[in-house]
Write a protein that binds this ligand. Sequence first.
Ligand code: ZN
Length: 106
Amino acid sequence: MIPRWSQNVAYLLAHQIHDGGRAWLNCTRCKTRREVDLAALIIKMNPLYSLWERRPLCPTCKGAMFVNATWSNKGAFVIPLIGADAADLHAAWHREQRRLAGWKDG
Ligand SMILES: [Zn+2]
């Protein structure tokens, strides 16, 4: 299950403004790293545009890039927005955080 905070660029931008979250691109070949301009993407695409499973070409080496994201700058989990494993891992982590915090509804 894809965590809600990462579902689209609108949620990602809201978390960026509210909690210091970020999304950035990493090149698997040359290690180029670029911040994702979430506000620009909302204007260019739409607020519901998803960064999941995007593999844009690297501007430096034309290798495949992927998106990493986190919802907060306070030691939050970073997940690659690719593959169901990352989403499942995040969901398990989130359930555990809620359990530890005393939430009963998982
Ligand atoms: Zn590259």
